[in-house]
Design a protein around this ligand. Sequence first.
Ligand code: AMP
Length: 391
Amino acid sequence: MTWKTLDDMDFAGKRALVRVDINVPVENGVVTDTSRIERIAATVDDIQAKGGKVILMAHFGRPKGQVVPEMSLEIIAPAVSDVLGLPVTFVNGDYAEAVAEMDEGDVLLLENLRFNPGEEKNDEGFAKRLASLADIYVNDAFSAAHRAHASTEAIARLLPACAGRLMAEELGALEKALGSPERPVVAVVGGAKVSTKLDLLGNLVGKVDHLVIGGGMANTFLAAQGINVGKSLCEHDLADTARDILTKAEAAGCEIILPRDIVIAREFKANAQNETVAATQCPDDAMIFDAGPETVAYINDVVDGAKTLIMNGPLGVFELEPFHAGTFAILNEIADQTKAGKLVSVGGGGDTVAAINASGHGDDFTYISTAGGAFLEWMEGKELPGVAALG
Ligand code: AMP
């Protein structure tokens, strides 16, 4: 699919209503991590450089259609101003009047969209009120694009609409990884449970050449093949589903890669006494916490032969040493191949970003998505309403 970008619009003398994600962590009224705000700077700067006026709109927390003072964007406004290096005026009164008084170069920040019940209902009336404030709509909040809300969906049908820089960058990276990727494509899916990633696995088996299944969810697949997984995390009730995925993969010519050897322990704690055994040899009283070196070597060979890689979820309990070893070993290989220009690598999801950063490879992937739910839904092959509305 295609979408317009800032380059397709004429912002000179125009008011741009820009949907951003500045849902940042706040402790005692102070923003503790400004990374999300930093990422909107490119779009704000660009619109201003083109002579446009910027009106920012965003959500903060989950006020559920009510005014909750602790979730006012007034709290975030000073940090937005600091990070952008521009005066940012917060408005919660008469928006139309504040917009009418804007000079070129001014930035307005509207009150939390979710204070209005119309936002999450994708209400046409609320969208019209927002649209009346501006000439152009810009969506720079990929992380909110999986929701059909007034500020992400309805409004895009009321004004000339385009993707901001961050949104365009994210969509470009994702398109390169799964839309029209260079083959072979390998997907690494790990994490705790199969149940949260069923749609994801179902979509991937039809699209990728190799699918590595790791973490707790690999146990469900091993058990579904009659292999004892001892006391490991395992969704035994999903055995049929796991077998269906294996059958679907075979029909699609997708190689499923499961652990061949496993690192086991008897206590869920850092530095628990552990050993490596064949995947078929998990004792009744043990738990599987990581993939073993033979599995890692095989995965790394597949990574070396791949042109595109997409990753969601760790291979093991990477938060507890030494059970991070499998995840970190493949992250090292992915980083090396990416830096050598041989691999396009995209990773996303909360725990995946944490694992990548903990391994020291935060800058070594082609693209790391911090969009959480939207990234997952995109990997599941679902149409994102906020993206579709820009098409
Ligand atoms: P997710 O949020 O679904 O990506 O799951 C990530 C979590 O899965 C991390 O907190 C890991 O510690 C956990 N995990 C990975 N492998 C295992 C395993 N073999 N047993 C239990 N938990 C695991």
